[in-house]
Design a protein around this ligand. Sequence first.
Ligand code: MN
Length: 421
Amino acid sequence: MINANDPSLKSWIEVPSGSDFPIQNLPLGIFRTASNPAPRMCAAIGNFVIDLPVLNYMSVFDELDFPPDVFVQSSINSFMAQGKEKTRRFRNRLAELLHEGNEEIRENAWHFLHPMEKVELLMPIEVGDYTDFYSSIEHATNVGTMFRDPNNALLPNWRHLPVGYHGRASSIVVSGTPVRRPMGQTRPNDEDPPVFGPSRQLDFELEMAFVVGQPTQMGQSIPMKEAEDYIFGMMLFNDWSARDIQKWEYVPLGPFLGKNFASTVSPWVVTLDALEPFRVTGPAQEPPPLPYLHFQEKKNYDIQLEVAIRTEGGAEKTVSHSNFKYMYWNMCQQLVHHTVNGCNVRVGDLCASGTISGPTPDSYGSMLELAWKGTRPIEMPDGSRRTFIQDGDSVILRGWAEKEGLRIGFGEATGRVLPAL
Ligand code: MN
């Protein structure tokens, strides 16, 4: 069988140059069409969606021995639960079927190929639990500088463990879902009592999330050498945040209603396997963490990230260019730390990175940092200015890894802000 990561592979399906979805990617999602509204599994290639139940019906995956209904699901959870050995063979087999020169399924292409703009992409994961980390040292330093002490921005625990909190799974939505400006309690002025009303400091957080593909038992800890077996793939993640609500409520137990009203994910889950060529060494960790967090080799990934804001009826402006490689704590360390106390994980759990800020002011991952607490407004193409996100604005996250002509992309995670009710 061929290896889907082979950079020389080409498909008989046209893949436009610059596409996020070459034959080496084959990310997974859930979709439906006007003629068949049942949610089902798909993969992406070029500008097309591959209807996996139809392909499966042609008996081309029989050797993989999947349960008969694995592709006819409203999430990819059952598929992920088959384990990496099988899901990896599936990706290689799919690449083999789509590889130029292979005629096995080509004449039936019209049965299983849908133009991407003709389908509705749905939430790909049934999210069990959602955890948000705080693993970018640039972001944590910026926030610490703004709200505490510029000379002592990081709290004492920060370099010793991947700080995180438990978020809420119920309000994680797929790209394209509108986001309602939250109502809440804030205290705009430290001398006055709190007030109730729409958040006036609605922000995005540029993040990526990894998806857990294998469960653990309560009491079990994932050792570092096995961590990647549990990480199925990654998505773009916008952790919408109401800064004014957050600021007033977060002491002493951390984020709550300023965070849990919405998070937006991209519709495609890119497998960790497809990201293999983009491994890089992460930032040096000083002081060295405790032994259970020690790791071998490259655990970071070079994934370029972008945030654009589109004003209502107006043009789009890219406001941030960042990279996943800046993460101080890597995904394996996050998962190992998460389970070191015996906390069990389940298939479909999401762990988000925390805001991914880079070292320069144009690489910051939130409006809070880009406009520096409201002091440096960003000019939009229509002449208006932004310190936070306004009603009618769309926030668009994009991400892709690129090297030697190979581009593995994530598509977009987009959400448009509706006025508070
Ligand atoms: Mn966050």
